[in-house]
Write a protein that binds this ligand. Structure first.
Ligand SMILES: *[C@@H]1O[C@H](CO)[C@@H](O)[C@H](O)[C@H]1NC(C)=O
Ligand SMILES: *[C@@H]1O[C@H](CO)[C@@H](O)[C@H](O)[C@H]1NC(C)=O
Ligand SMILES: *[C@@H]1O[C@H](CO)[C@@H](O)[C@H](O)[C@H]1NC(C)=O
Ligand SMILES: *[C@@H]1O[C@H](CO)[C@@H](O)[C@H](O)[C@H]1NC(C)=O
Ligand SMILES: *[C@@H]1O[C@H](CO)[C@@H](O)[C@H](O)[C@H]1NC(C)=O
Ligand SMILES: *[C@@H]1O[C@H](CO)[C@@H](O)[C@H](O)[C@H]1NC(C)=O
Ligand SMILES: *[C@@H]1O[C@H](CO)[C@@H](O)[C@H](O)[C@H]1NC(C)=O
Ligand SMILES: *[C@@H]1O[C@H](CO)[C@@H](O)[C@H](O)[C@H]1NC(C)=O
Length: 344
């Protein structure tokens, strides 16, 4: 319909026509992006995308920008050496059609995550990992009901981590029921097992990836977590759980990867977890018996990092499967039972 309408006047308004028909950048989107570029503080020597944004090309062709029908729906400014300027810029928050926003691997210099983010109600993917934000995570994030992926993780140790105090985890995720991935590694959640497990399990029924390494969590791991039956990746390493590994981990039927290293886990690793899931594994070349012995002798407590793969994924096995270290409590007998023959 619309192309039929424009066709006769194309020769007369050639440039205008091109813009409309091929669905390129709408005028206001381009000026919003240029304003954003002007407001952001970044090192142009290290920038690969922002630094090249200019009028000479249509904004939908700029690096880091994704459009749909002339509207900016994706903005990826990962690793652009940005150190500030969001607070002076309303233009980012005027890009109403944004679905993806990545500002990860920048250095926002311990400033707060901007509260204006809740103007971007269409956001589905928000990635602020390793961006140098600090302080309380704003309530604004909890208003982004369309989010399917939220990554606020920090992968290295920081002295002033992001924190979830007010709002707490429960409030943050209360209405984020679409979430499939939640990564809060390094965020100071500071919650007991019954709190964080219940907060997650009462809201995030679609969750497949849960990553809470180094999040100041305490144990025990509450069985309400089992409501999250879509979980396929669980990372809880580097928390002070001080708890036995619950046998009910065997009841996550889709679980493929479980990280529990440096959690202060105690007791015996429940064989049931292996019996239900691990029978399918042929262990192959990634397993080193020698390392098992070393840890056994080292007496470091329970250090466990296991990827395990279910029967139906058998075809993609082997190279993805590895056992980084073995907890004290596993004896050689057990390993052979669980994994079949062990390469030397
Ligand atoms: C970030 O960009 C720099 C080059 O400016 C590159 O050396 C570095 O590997 C990049 N880091 C990430 C995490 O992509
Ligand atoms: C302006 O944009 C064009 C097209 O993206 C690019 O080739 C050119 O290098 C840019 N100019 C500057 C000064 O970055
Ligand atoms: C948003 O990010 C997801 C995951 O990285 C990707 O699959 C999707 O294509 C992206 N969409 C846009 C509009 O950039
Ligand atoms: C980071 O913030 C501190 C004070 O809060 C300031 O002195 C410093 O210049 C800022 N660094 C950058 C790169 O903006
Ligand atoms: C967030 O961005 C970083 C850097 O590009 C990437 O490594 C990470 O996988 C992204 N997170 C998600 C959940 O996709
Ligand atoms: C979640 O939604 C309910 C109902 O719309 C609302 O009352 C509540 O304040 C919302 N919670 C947050 C944290 O936004
Ligand atoms: C984490 O938060 C708790 C509770 O607010 C606080 O007592 C603790 O000092 C915080 N830890 C860090 C490393 O910020
Ligand atoms: C786990 O599943 C078994 C049956 O496979 C069941 O007996 C047990 O009660 C379940 N555990 C929990 C905590 O739901």
């Amino acid at each position: 319909m619309s192309s039929f309408f424009w066709m006769p006047i194309c020769p007369l308004f050639l440039s205008f026509c091109t813009i409309v028909v091929s669905g390129q950048c709408f005028g206001n989107q381009q000026s919003l992006l240029l304003q954003l570029k002007n407001n952001l503080i970044f090192d142009s020597a290290l920038s690969a995308k922002l630094v090249h944004w200019n009028q000479s090309a249509d904004c939908c062709s700029w690096e880091g920008v994704t459009c749909e029908e002339g509207r900016v729906i994706g903005l990826d400014l990962t690793n652009e050496s940005i150190s500030g300027g969001l607070e002076y810029s309303s233009s980012l928050f005027s890009l109403q059609h944004l679905q993806n926003l990545s500002l990860g691997y920048n250095n926002f210099n311990k400033s707060q995550i901007p509260s204006e983010l809740d103007k971007l109600m269409n956001l589905r993917f928000l990635n602020l990992s390793n961006a140098g934000f600090a302080g309380q995570i704003p309530i604004a994030i909890s208003h982004l009901r369309s989010l399917v992926s939220l990554d606020l993780s920090t992968s290295y140790f920081v002295k002033t981590p992001l924190k979830l105090e007010n709002p707490n985890l429960n409030t943050l995720v209360q209405n984020l029921s679409e979430l499939i991935e939640l990564l809060l590694d390094g965020v100071n959640i500071s919650a007991q097992g019954n709190e964080w497990c219940r907060a997650l399990s009462s809201s995030l029924l679609n969750l497949r990836v849960l990553s809470l390494s180094n999040s100041y969590l305490s144990g025990p791991i509450d069985s309400t977590l089992l409501k999250l039956q879509s979980l396929s990746i669980i990372r809880l390493d580097n928390n002070n759980l001080f708890t036995p590994i619950p046998e009910f981990f065997a009841n996550f039927t889709k679980l493929m990867s479980l990280r529990l290293s440096f959690c202060g886990l105690i007791g015996t690793f429940p064989r049931k977890i292996f019996q239900d899931h691990l029978l399918a594994i042929s262990w192959g070349k990634n397993f080193h018996r020698r390392q098992a012995h070393r840890n056994k002798d080292g007496g470091i407590g329970c250090i466990l990092e296991i990827l395990f793969v279910l029967l139906k994924f058998q075809t993609m096995l082997l190279d993805h499967v590895y056992l980084v270290s073995i907890p004290l409590v596993l004896d050689q007998d057990f390993l052979v039972n669980a994994f079949g023959s062990v390469d030397d």
